[in-house]
Design a protein around this ligand. Sequence first.
Ligand code: ARG
Length: 458
Amino acid sequence: MNTLWHGRFEAAPSDELLAFTVSLPFDRRLASDDIAGSRAHVSGLVRAHILTPHEADAIGTALDQIEDELQAATFSFLASDEDIHTAIERRTTELAGPAGAKLHTGRSRNDQVATDLRLYTRRSLTSVALRLHELRGALAELATDAGDAYLPGYTHLQQAQPVLLAHHLLAHGWALGRDVDRLLATRQRADVCPLGAGALAGSSLPLDPEFTAEVLGFDAAFENSLDAVSDRDFVAESLFDLALVGVHLSRIGEEVVLWSTEEFGFLHLHDAYSTGSSMLPQKKNPDIAELARGKTGRLIGNLTGLLVTLKGLPLAYNRDLQEDKEPLFDSVDQVLLAIAALRGLLTSSDFDLQRMQRAADVPHGAATDLAEHLVSGGMPFRDAHVVVGGLVRDAIERRVPLADLVQAHPDLGEDAAALLEPGVTVTRRTTRGGAGPDAVAAQLARYKEDLVKDQQRI
Ligand code: ARG
């Protein structure tokens, strides 16, 4: 078996070494990035007069064929192919002969793998940002459809003040907007090309990292070869961004779980986006929402795992860095699946607006409005708080309608009692960013402007 280093070694690698160190099973997904990186490197070698155009053509044709073979799944991997880079270089040499053997000139797998992974990251962050952007659009549509419907707003999961359903939906939408922003910022920092850093120190050959960076469409070339091959900040940042997306999806999931219970009944799941029970015939379960919540543990684990891998590493490349790929691939895959499933769940769900409004139409929900009514008559807020708190306690203890007590109170009366009518208090949340119809309409307009801006940025 010929390894990439067989010149220096007498013995072939042991089976145990191969079994433990192989990365091909997971880094195969970098194949197209690896080929793109090799094509750029070949252009750089031609420019440096290390390869003739004829040799470059032979390599290019070999890479075309390798692409086809991988596509058609006819590429035969060998036991000695420890990673995708080895496999592609080996096959290039088989196909292109002596020209193929020149492909790796001035290049190390260290700068190669870092380049491949940055290409993958750039592309994947774009897809996640795009899918999140679409989910944000779906939330805007749901908010529009919800009109002026309202539901109880909660603090401590205790009913607090009514809010428009649109307001609640957009609250999640803004959080996802910050995620889009973060993903794009991370993509920007990932957009630096390590190719040309070599194993760690650059090259004696007249290679131009800025040229290959440009060929690959990177924003910039590396500044420091040691940093270029050691830096996995872009992976850690991506994992953080994806974990936080997960946290946001998890919080939506938790609310779907609550809202779809018999007790809340705010939302009825579509059959296609819920599951049944193998034993209990009556059940309809919110598994998507639960897994949006559950898988977030794993996303956080992926981030934590990578940070621990990185923390003790000396410069420059260490094989530990091979552990960067599986968590990244996994987090990207899981987040994309979760976004798609949750989007389907939300857009197909039936929001029970009447049930929400009935739940919100409890007189105690107007307590703050009553206190503010007293404040507008000149009473200090702290005193008003005590007065209204006393009325609420009275109403509960004596089992009399709060409205009657309000009506009879010398500082409150008819106007104040009118605040307790269903649907009134929510219309009074008029301040910017507030939960009432006018404020939410203005918010929705700004949210849609934000979507237009993001569309261009992604
Ligand atoms: N499979 C390796 C990785 O993913 C490629 C780089 C190997 N470099 C080396 N010096 N052994 O990190």
